[in-house]
Design a protein around this ligand. Structure first.
Ligand SMILES: [Zn+2]
Ligand SMILES: [Zn+2]
Length: 152
């Protein structure tokens, strides 16, 4: 069986549900939940269930292709960018976003100069909580085109 999914103008051709799920996770920076993945795929893949999505994400996690980021409102958010990087969770809308590369680099150098590395850390996960650019009134708001429907 070959499944073709057209998402935002891009076409993915895959023979396995897991490949489709991975492609979908890689296509977004929204750090989706399994429910988000399921809602995107249920019409294109007959017979897919939320359980199928969970099982495939679990396999992708074991393969190191998908990382859990955090749990917001009881739902786990995932990232297909397996390289560890810091995130910010919006306390208002629940959005999970990547910290900008400049801020992430500044953070890395902070950690490197702190002596924490001497503790023998194998893995780290950095999470900040606050407000995303859309919810922070004091940050300059970039107008978004009204034509595109919101991703979630
Ligand atoms: Zn927000
Ligand atoms: Zn991320």
């Amino acid at each position: 069986m070959v499944i073709v999914i057209i998402m935002r103008g891009r076409t993915f051709k895959h023979s396995k549900k897991r490949d489709v799920i991975l492609a979908l996770l890689r296509s977004t920076k929204e750090h989706p939940t399994a429910g988000w993945v399921y809602s995107r795929l249920k019409e294109s893949i007959p017979g897919i269930s939320l359980g199928t999505v969970y099982r495939n994400i679990t396999v992708l996690r074991r393969q190191g292709l998908v990382m859990p980021v955090t749990v917001v409102n009881g739902e786990e958010h995932f990232d297909a960018l397996a390289e560890p990087h810091p995130h910010i969770v919006c306390l208002r809308c629940g959005a999970v976003s990547d910290i900008s590369p400049e801020n992430a680099a500044a953070l890395e150098s902070c950690v490197a100069s702190s002596g924490i590395g001497a503790l023998g850390i194998d893995f780290k996960r950095t999470l900040f909580y606050g407000r995303c650019p859309r919810c922070a009134p004091e940050s300059p708001v970039t107008p978004e085109p009204q034509t595109a429907p919101a991703g979630g």
